[in-house]
Design a protein around this ligand. Structure first.
Ligand SMILES: [Zn+2]
Length: 152
C-alpha cells in the first residue's frame, strides 16, 4: 500500500484519498476550494492497488464538514477521508451518500426551469446498484453523476 506516501506530506488538514480517477477536479469545484484560497494539492491518475488509478486531494489547514464529506461520495463512493494533525491521521471520516443536494449542480436538461428562473437547483440522490442517480426536483429528469456539472 502507498497509504503512508499519500498522507505523510501535510502537517495539518484533510486528505481525500481513493477518489475515482478523473473526479478530483469536480470535487475541487464541488467544495469551492479554489475560491476559499486553501492550499490544495491534487494528484491525478496515481497508481492504486485496489482501483488501478486514483485521484487524491490534500487540503492544508482545513477539516471538511460532515456535509462536505458526504457530498464527495456522489463523485467518489470509495473515497477515504483522513483528518491530519501533526502528520498523523487523527480521524477517519465515515461518509454516507446524501439524500439530496442543493445549489451546487447545474441541471443538464436545457429546458429545465432552473435555467430561466432564479431558483436554486435541487437534486434527490438515489442509488441503483452501483450507479448513483441524481433526479432534478424541477424537471424530474434523472441523470448519471457524470452528466451534472458543478456551478463555478
Ligand atoms: Zn432540471
Amino acid at each position: 500500500m502507498n497509504k503512508t506516501l499519500s498522507v505523510s506530506a501535510i502537517q495539518n488538514g484533510t486528505v481525500i484519498d481513493h477518489i475515482n480517477s478523473g473526479q478530483a477536479f469536480r470535487i475541487v469545484h464541488l467544495l469551492g476550494l479554489l475560491d476559499k484560497k486553501y492550499k490544495v494539492t491534487i494528484g491525478v491518475n496515481l497508481p492504486s492497488k485496489t482501483m488501478k488509478l486514483k485521484d487524491l486531494i490534500k487540503i492544508e489547514n482545513y477539516t471538511l464538514t460532515n456535509e462536505e464529506a458526504n457530498d464527495i461520495t456522489i463523485f467518489a463512493p470509495n473515497a477515504t477521508i483522513n483528518v491530519i494533525q501533526n502528520f498523523e491521521v487523527v480521524n477517519k471520516v465515515i461518509t454516507s451518500l446524501p439524500a439530496s443536494i442543493s445549489e451546487v449542480f447545474i441541471c443538464p436538461n436545457p429546458v429545465c426551469i432552473t435555467h430561466s428562473e432564479p431558483v436554486n437547483t435541487h437534486f434527490n440522490i438515489e442509488t441503483q446498484g452501483k450507479q448513483v442517480k441524481l433526479i432534478c426536483k424541477f424537471c424530474e429528469k434523472e441523470f448519471d453523476r457524470n452528466q451534472v456539472t458543478v456551478k463555478i
